[in-house]
Design a protein around this ligand. Structure first.
Ligand code: G3I
Length: 374
């Protein structure tokens, strides 16, 4: 090649590399969830113990790349963190908040008071005084330890039945409705800087929404702080009720609290007896027809999933001023609890990343909403 030809090749290469760099810097090329929605709401994920321990480098780098909020999927539940009266096992939770601090992530504590996953010593309590003492000790110890590292608490989880009445949990049976007020009062005392949430599933449905509104008003009338309500978002891909979700976002915001979508996933599998929701105590036997996509998700279902996620995120963006955070219940399809509930051992596809941590069509559709509106 002659000297002047070499020069032209060099100039061409230089122009090409500059244009590539420019493209990378353009907002439409921001392909992470947390970057894409940074002016709208936090984007979170639930972390399993393995993910907190960073045992898989590829999953860990995906978490760091995509999410700016993290929730402890299991390790802060009472049976794990408080296994015997007054004896706490803080190891995993300490690692969780350290992970949050090191990576500057918004850490969500899940959860202080929940009827499920209780240690056996609590299940054995039969009198109001002892239960009150447990609540005081538990919220006091856990809330105080993480007062500066947990940004938001699910203070009370799943206190309502589907018709909006109080769930007959041990807390309700022994302490009546006031356990709710006592829990939030104590949380506000020990974690004054944390945002305090009530968290539940199906509370976008009219009856349960009405119960949630009563619950929020009860706290407000008692002069006790509640900052937000967590709509869990365990929905079925074919049964999304966008109107009910929108009406709920509006109704909760009207009460002056923030709305978070706290445990988002969309099951694509058949539900036995048309089950809806997320009651972990329900379990069913499965047959082959209940696990139709054991090897692969058909493209048509993958597209329906993408459509549903797109509709949801369009709605969330419409109400971005009311929504503080959208958290997925897991990083990738392989991790999801929905592979084992309500039937154990199925293959579900409810999230935005597949079992190899690769983005699915739903991921691209969610990101594209912003590309096309900017
Ligand atoms: O860690 C043990 C392991 O040592 C043992 O070998 C194995 C055998 O079953 O169990 C493992 O514990 C399981 C744990 O998940 C960790 O994988 C429990 O059995 C299992 O019950 C537990 O399920 C969790 C469920 O809550 C109950 O706590 C799911 O991972 C978790 O995703 C789910 O999350 C709930 C929210 O907290 C509240 N809203 C509904 C949501 C979905 O159910």
């Amino acid at each position: 090649m002659k000297h002047h030809e070499q020069l032209w090749v060099l100039v061409a290469l230089l122009i090409l590399s500059m244009s590539c760099r420019d493209n990378q810097n353009k907002p439409e090329n921001a392909t992470t969830l947390k970057e894409t929605f940074k002016d709208d709401f936090l984007i979170g994920t639930a972390l399993s113990i393995d993910q907190i321990n960073q045992t898989d480098a590829r999953t860990d780098s995906l978490i760091k790349q995509q999410f700016n909020a993290i929730t402890a999927e299991n390790i802060m539940k009472a049976e794990n963190i408080h296994p015997a009266w007054g004896q706490f096992d803080f190891d995993a939770a300490d690692k969780f908040v350290a992970y949050g601090k090191q990576n500057d992530r918004y850490a969500v504590g899940h959860t202080l008071i929940w009827h499920s996953q209780l240690p056996s010593f609590v299940e054995a309590i039969t009198d109001a005084d002892s239960l009150r003492q447990f609540m005081d000790l538990h919220i006091g110890a856990v809330g105080q330890r993480y007062a500066s590292s947990v940004a938001a608490w699910d203070v009370v989880n799943e206190a309502l039945n589907e018709d909006g009445s109080w769930r007959e949990s041990i807390f309700y049976r022994l302490l009546g409705e006031d356990y709710l007020v006592e829990a939030f009062r104590k949380a506000a005392e020990v974690a004054p800087d944390a945002a305090l949430y009530y968290n539940d599933y199906n509370i976008e449905q009219p009856q349960k929404r009405a119960g949630t509104i009563r619950l929020i008003k009860k706290l407000q009338e008692a002069g006790v702080r509640i900052d937000g309500v967590g709509i869990q978002g365990h929905w079925h891909v074919d049964k999304l009720q966008l109107d009910a979700i929108e009406e709920s976002i509006l109704a909760y915001a009207e009460l002056g609290v923030k709305v978070a979508i706290t445990e988002l996933d969309l099951t694509v599998l058949p539900n036995p007896w048309d089950l809806q929701g997320a009651d972990v105590n329900q379990a069913f036997e499965g047959g082959v027809d209940m696990n139709p996509y054991a090897n692969q998700l058909p493209d048509s279902v993958n597209q329906t999933l993408a459509d549903s996620y797109e509709q949801l995120f369009r709605l969330f963006l419409k109400h971005r001023d009311k929504i503080s955070r959208v958290t997925f219940w897991g990083v990738n399809d392989g991790q999801s609890w929905l592979n084992n509930w309500p039937i154990a051992g199925r293959t579900n596809y409810p999230l935005l990343f597949d079992r190899d941590n690769q983005p699915k069509a739903a991921f691209h559709r969610v990101i594209d909403i912003k590309k096309n509106t900017n």
